[in-house]
Design a protein around this ligand. Structure first.
Ligand code: 1PR
Length: 539
């Protein structure tokens, strides 16, 4: 069937498939993978005509609002999108793809949105960590077929600093609570859009995508009116990856960052297989750290990109990758920017990237000059992909001092006295996987990185890494106090009680572990069973 629209666009409705609008920023691979895992074929938009001709259109907005609208304008996709939306064919907007439906956004006041739903986009203004990252629930406000088969306790993965303020009350499908109640999905006839990421929301998200695809499904009434939602504490599995001495890419694990045992790199399994296992056991996120990235340039280390591609085909929770994100000149003199490395990671299936060594050097430069250049990897990546996509991985080591003013760094009083009975310490930043200590403390680093655009801190601790002695609560508390972005507590988990301890004694939004999961000492589902009823988690 061929249809001529009022504004002259021709479209024909042919074989049913899902059309996906990829405007070239961020990770759309996971959306494609999630839809394909349901047995559907995905056609990626390459021309404006593809949008107008689509049967069912999915728009996974990624990155920052201003950049998204600029690219949509440059590609001349705005008019076709409006034509599509007016035609009332099935549409699913995700995250920024939902925000694009509105008139404008505080994130980029100079850019206009599509303005098909009345309202605007505002930054969270709350006393909680922003971005809002993690698994939260929804309060149903109207019937919808999109939530068929899901109960009111389902949680979905959010990662955003801005949310819509929907003036058209009839378009509000769900709300979510984070500091206050905000609109987490909208529905207007066949237009549905969610602030959360169905493609990263495990089985609950797959159900939403299935409901979107099966347009014949009946509307369901909300089972009951929910009484507020709560953000879950996240349990993250971390895979330190490197080539072993035979050149195979393996998951390894350090003991205070020393990954060799009797001179041989520990081999704890294959990255893709382990990631899949952790997903099935209930990990809320998976992090890969390419631990030799500081010396092996990741774009020459293609197996790591392949690990991401393969993992994102079967693992539908967020994937973070770190290691080697920095400017680099190869042996032929070709220069790559940190942004290019990050882009390659995103396009291979990463949802977030993490920067370690380069962040320390950037913060040192900032302290020296007192000004932002706008060109550091932190600023460039967060500008294009949004700060929610950028994690800073910190590798600090405890240094004891006798008094609070013994050094110019951020010193804390500690309950665990040093070897000479010192009651104070600071946390020295290191680079190159702990090999080189710098004159910078972890609290100052975190503060500067937040100011430059980082969205989350992955807080390791060399002293605790691999010890099973529990998280360094003093370090976590000190860094969390200094920033308003979420903090991932890392290093030292030895039992399920340690997770309870870190979530109750500190404000950490999530906790990461490696060794106990790799060695099957305490599986993820056991940690969750222990926390259930004591701490808000995703079941
Ligand atoms: O500096 O940007 O190239 O990034 C390199 C990345 O690799 C950094 O994020 C750095 O943390 C990481 N890394 C470098 N060397 C090592 C090493 O172990 N030799 N791993 C390393 C860091 C620490 C944690 C670990 C937790 C939990 N690994 O990620 O997973 O400590 O372990 P546990 O539960 O067993 O105690 P760049």
């Amino acid at each position: 069937m061929i249809i001529l629209t009022m504004v002259g666009w021709l479209y024909f409705i042919g074989e049913e498939m899902i059309t996906l609008l990829d405007y070239g920023a961020g990770n759309v691979r996971s959306v494609i993978n999630a839809i394909e895992s349901l047995g559907e074929t995905v056609h990626v938009v390459t021309t404006a005509q593809d949008i107008v001709s689509a049967e069912k259109l999915v728009f996974p907005g990624v990155g920052a609002f201003g950049n998204m609208m600029r690219i949509l304008n440059e590609k001349k996709y705005i008019e076709p999108l409006k034509v599509y939306l007016e035609s009332n064919r099935p549409f699913l907007g995700i995250c920024l793809g939902m925000q694009a439906m509105f008139g404008d956004s505080e994130e980029a006041p100079e850019s206009s949105g599509l303005n098909v739903i009345q309202g605007s986009v505002k930054r969270f203004d709350i006393g909680l960590a922003v971005p809002h990252i993690g698994w939260n629930g929804v309060n149903f406000k109207q019937p919808s077929r999109i939530f068929n088969g899901l109960d009111t306790s389902a949680k979905f993965y959010f990662v955003h600093s801005y949310h819509v303020v929907c003036e058209d009350q009839s378009a509000i499908l769900t709300t979510t609570d984070y500091g206050y109640e905000f609109v987490s999905s909208i529905q207007k006839d066949n237009i549905v859009a969610t602030q959360f990421h169905p493609e990263k929301s495990s089985r609950a998200g797959a159900q939403i995508l299935k409901n979107f695809i099966e347009t014949a499904a009946v509307q369901t009434e909300p089972v009951r009116v929910s009484e507020g939602t709560r953000l879950a504490k996240r349990i993250i599995a971390c895979l330190d990856v490197r080539s072993n001495d035979s050149g195979d890419l393996v998951v390894t694990k350090g003991d205070q960052y020393d990954v060799r045992e009797k001179g041989i790199v520990r081999n704890l399994g294959k990255p893709v297989e382990l990631a899949r296992r952790y997903y099935q056991e209930g990990a809320d996120e998976i992090t890969f750290l390419n631990i030799t990235g500081f010396r092996d340039f990741p774009l020459e280390d293609m197996p790591m990109l392949d690990v991401l591609r393969q993992t994102s085909r079967n693992v539908f929770v967020p994937l973070t990758i770190g290691g080697g994100i920095r400017d680099y000149t190869d042996k032929d003199g070709r220069t790559y920017s940190a942004l290019e490395v990050a882009t390659e990671y995103f396009r291979s299936g990463a949802d977030k990237v993490s920067i370690g060594s380069d962040a320390v050097l950037i913060a040192e430069e900032y302290l020296r000059t007192g000004r932002k250049t706008g060109r550091s990897s932190i600023e460039e990546i967060s500008r294009i992909y949004g700060n929610q996509a950028l994690v800073i991985s910190v590798d600090p080591r405890r240094v004891y001092v006798e008094s609070p003013d013994a050094v110019k760094h951020h010193v804390i009083e500690t309950a665990h006295a040093g070897p000479a009975g010192e009651c104070y310490c600071w946390y020295q930043c290191t680079i190159k996987g702990g090999r080189e200590g710098r004159e910078l403390d972890a609290v100052t680093l975190a503060r500067i990185c937040e100011a430059l655009g980082a969205g989350e801190i992955l807080l390791n601790c060399i002293d605790r890494d691999g010890t099973n002695a529990g998280f360094d609560l003093e370090l976590i508390h000190a860094v969390h106090q200094a920033v308003s972005i979420p903090v991932i507590a890392s290093s030292g988990a030895g039992c399920a009680e340690h997770f309870y301890e870190v979530f109750t004694a500190t404000e950490a939004e999530s906790a990461l572990a490696a060794g106990i999961f790799h060695r099957r000492e305490v599986p993820i589902d056991e940690v969750k069973r222990y926390l259930n009823g004591k701490v808000e988690i995703r079941n």
